[in-house]
Design a protein around this ligand. Sequence first.
Ligand code: 5GP
Length: 192
Amino acid sequence: MMKRGLLVVLSGPSGVGKGTIRDLFIRRPELNLTFSISMATRNKRAMETDGVDYYFVSKERFESAIANDELLEWAEFVGNFYGTPLAEVERLRQQGKNVLLEIEVQGAIQIKEKCPDALTIFIVPPSMDELERRIRGRRSEPEEIVQQRLNKASKEMELTGQYRYVVCNEDPQLAADIISVIIKRHMEVVNG
Ligand code: 5GP
């Protein structure tokens, strides 16, 4: 019988470089990973594609997804809703694929309750000053939102104890390599 795929949860404050690090390891064939595309109610950024980065939906559509139990987890983050579509994650894991969720802390805590075997990883910035530089460097959001994201980042950094692994993004390539090793090790443990 085919082994069910792992659930890998990647979190970290906004601006920490999750996307960059993810791109450096997600296509490594030995990791057998597929990215789970979340539903989100926020506006699409210029560089993003609907159905690739997120399924961008209305608040009404999101609420119906909650009501119909379509989401494995969901959370409100800086005024918008984000959630993981359950059916797709299940389908991929049944096929033996490891599934990567890139989600914030409240969602990760829900995942821990529902899937205690999930492999949870938190990425921390080298410093909070560096994080602020990176968030501002994105230049896509008004000052008020930047402040909210910075406050949220400080709060999230206090919850790293919820995760099985904490990886510092001193260097994205190194962080991606460390995460690859962690995932490979867990695949060995699960597959015996
Ligand atoms: P952003 O707006 O910067 O794309 O995402 C904001 C935060 O929401 C990030 O920490 C991101 O990882 C998180 N996020 C993205 N998708 C989901 C999801 O499906 N569920 C939860 N709980 N958080 C998500």
